[in-house]
Design a protein around this ligand. Structure first.
Ligand SMILES: Cc1cc2nc3c(=O)[nH]c(=O)nc-3n(C[C@H](O)[C@H](O)[C@H](O)COP(=O)(O)OP(=O)(O)OC[C@H]3O[C@@H](n4cnc5c(N)ncnc54)[C@H](O)[C@@H]3O)c2cc1C
Ligand SMILES: NC(=O)c1ccc[n+]([C@@H]2O[C@H](COP(=O)([O-])OP(=O)(O)OC[C@H]3O[C@@H](n4cnc5c(N)ncnc54)[C@H](O)[C@@H]3O)[C@@H](O)[C@H]2O)c1
Length: 503
């Protein structure tokens, strides 16, 4: 395939399976792949555990939880004293949650699972060949890993995640803006921060920094959380304003400049003409792209920088031989840890069954002889289509699964959306005075099944899984009617939703 001399070299090590990227998704894929006796190596350039453990899910949720707990306490008369947020212990608990950016616990776990760890940046250099070397070969550090050539007997699984996007707005890069990494690992809370981007990172970090005491301005081109139901966007915008975030919608940032005493000013075109905002710190939260630019995918005929398109077995499309797989953010079809780990379990099982000592019949069920595995079998990531879940830990929380009403209509389904105010349910009244929130289900009226659900409100996250089960199980409404929610819980909204639908 390649005339690169490296592909002619004798490999330094050979494994049955090589996983490039030891984030949450790669770890899961490696774990499952190793279960039928295959030898597996994980190649990791930074910390085992990936973005999620050290700079994303865990630290961001650690920063957000105290504010949610305080709001919950304040919403119940009878809680004595007036609790307050205290940044120092919040940051200290965040540091604990990320194990002080030390991955020895996760390395131990890999070790216990019998998976080899190879530190360094992995690059594809040929079919089933991975060269591992320093991320920056010119870096001036003592313990740069030596370049090693690894060969895979059967499969390479790519789980390299994603990287943040920095828009090419004039002057923006020169203001030394933060990405979500610097924001989630903050040690000195800035007195003021301007956040560019009203997606998930934007609204979560606006909430967290307001709780930590910063003055926060959030600039968004469109509505907040643009992929959510519009009522969720409105509730989150209102929630941010209530806690004192300056939310400016419909603004396009046109330029940025550094200020002489530190900080920066962003200029923008908005609904009321030109404007600007200054802050001690800029945080750019304008999305992420799959990390394939430095992966060597060109040697297998793929375009660097683009997502690795996969089928439901997570096999990379456009590469022959059935040896290259991908899962997680790098596929561009999921952008959360839990959905990526689901893919990791599927691809790990596919690889284990096709190439390892699996039970009789399992290799065929996993597609070893060219048959496509059954949807909803353990060898197909079927939930990627129409059953993805996400929780945004803003205040109020936004928990969603499946299709929004607009997405369902776009997909050609005949649907009816019904919603109900959560504050009218007895369980919610008990949880908080003046509980405000909304639940909505999107029903496919031809099949009489739920295809989407969104819950917005305090602790809405914990309501999501019932909806996920209804969607994945394709439970007919007539049967769902017999799932009786306990009284007095907020889940009683399910009964109200079905009544509102007409049952
Ligand atoms: C601020 C923030 C908060 C988030 N909060 C949540 C949340 O609450 N819940 C949720 O579900 N999702 C959340 N996400 C999304 C979640 O972080 C990602 O979906 C998840 O980390 C993807 O996992 P992954 O294993 O695919 O990639 P990553 O976690 O990015 O891991 C990829 C790993 O591969 C390594 N790597 C990359 N290239 C190479 C290479 N060539 N060689 C060797 N190693 C390589 C990297 O060093 C990294 O360790 C959040 C994201 C952000 C930015
Ligand atoms: N709780 C969670 O599950 C969680 C939390 C944080 C992040 N994440 C994941 O991480 C990923 C990245 O999050 P994110 O918020 O950075 O991305 P995002 O795609 O959710 O939002 C990016 C926002 O930036 C805007 N934008 C893009 N370019 C812009 C520009 N030049 N100027 C102004 N605005 C611009 C977009 O319109 C969008 O609103 C997401 O896919 C998300 O699912 C998940």
């Amino acid at each position: 395939m390649s005339t690169d001399p490296r592909t002619q070299a004798t490999p330094d090590e050979t494994y049955d399976v090589i996983v490039i990227g030891g984030g949450p998704v790669g770890e899961n894929a490696a774990d499952r792949a190793s279960r039928t006796g295959l030898s597996v190596a994980v190649v990791e350039a930074e910390l085992v555990g990936g973005e999620c453990s050290y700079w994303a899910c865990m630290p961001s949720k650690a920063l957000l939880r105290p504010g949610a707990a305080l709001a919950a306490a304040r919403a119940v008369p009878g809680v004595r004293a007036d609790p307050e947020l205290d940044p120092a212990p919040i940051l200290a608990r965040r540091d604990e949650m990320v194990s002080h950016w030390d991955d020895s616990g996760q390395v131990q776990w890999l070790d216990g699972a019998g998976i080899s760890l190879v530190r360094g940046l992995g690059r594809l250099v040929g079919e089933k060949l991975v060269e591992v070397g320093p991320e920056d070969p010119d870096a001036d550090v003592d313990d740069l890993p030596e370049t090693r050539l690894l060969a895979a007997r059967h499969a390479v699984i790519v789980a390299t995640g994603s990287v943040p996007v920095l828009p090419d707005t004039p002057g923006l890069a020169e203001t030394d803006p933060w990405s979500s990494r610097e924001a989630t690992s903050v040690q000195d809370v800035p007195p003021s921060i301007v956040i560019l981007g009203g997606g998930v990172v934007g609204v979560e970090m606006a909430t967290a920094f307001r709780d930590l005491g910063s003055q926060v301005t959030l600039l968004s081109r469109g509505r907040l959380l643009g992929r959510s139901e519009p009522f969720a966007s409105e509730a989150v915008a209102a929630g941010l304003k209530t806690i004192g975030v300056d939310v400016r919608l419909g603004v396009s940032v046109t330029g940025a400049s550094s200020l002489p005493d530190g900080g920066a000013r962003l200029a923008y075109d908005g609904p009321r003409g030109k404007g600007s905002v200054a802050a001690a710190q800029v945080l750019v939260a304008t999305g992420r792209v799959p990390r394939t630019a430095d992966l060597g995918v060109d040697v297998v005929g793929l375009e660097p920088g683009k997502a690795l398109a996969v089928d439901d077995q997570l096999e990379v499309q456009g590469v022959d031989g059935g040896w290259l797989f991908a899962c997680g953010d790098v596929t561009g079809r999921v952008a959360t840890t839990h959905q990526g780990k689901y893919q990791g379990r599927v691809v790990g099982d596919v690889v284990a069954a096709r190439f390892g000592r699996a039970k009789p019949g399992e290799a065929a069920a996993a597609g070893a002889d060219g048959e496509t595995p059954e949807p909803w079998s353990r060898y197909a990531a079927t939930a990627d289509h129409g059953a993805k879940t996400q929780v945004v830990f803003s205040r109020p929380e936004v928990a969603s699964v499946g299709l929004t009403e607009a997405e369902a209509r776009k997909a050609g389904l005949t649907v009816k959306a019904v919603s109900y105010k959560l504050g009218s349910v007895s369980g919610a009244v008990l949880v908080a005075e003046g509980y405000e929130g909304t639940a909505q289900i999107v029903v496919d009226t031809d099949r009489q099944v739920v295809v989407g659900a969104t819950f917005v409100g305090p602790d809405a996250a914990e309501m999501l899984h019932a909806a996920t089960i209804a969607i994945v199980g394709q439970v007919p409404l007539a049967r769902l009617w017999h799932a009786v929610p306990a009284y007095p819980t907020i889940s009683e909204v399910w009964l109200r939703l079905l009544e509102t639908y007409g049952l």
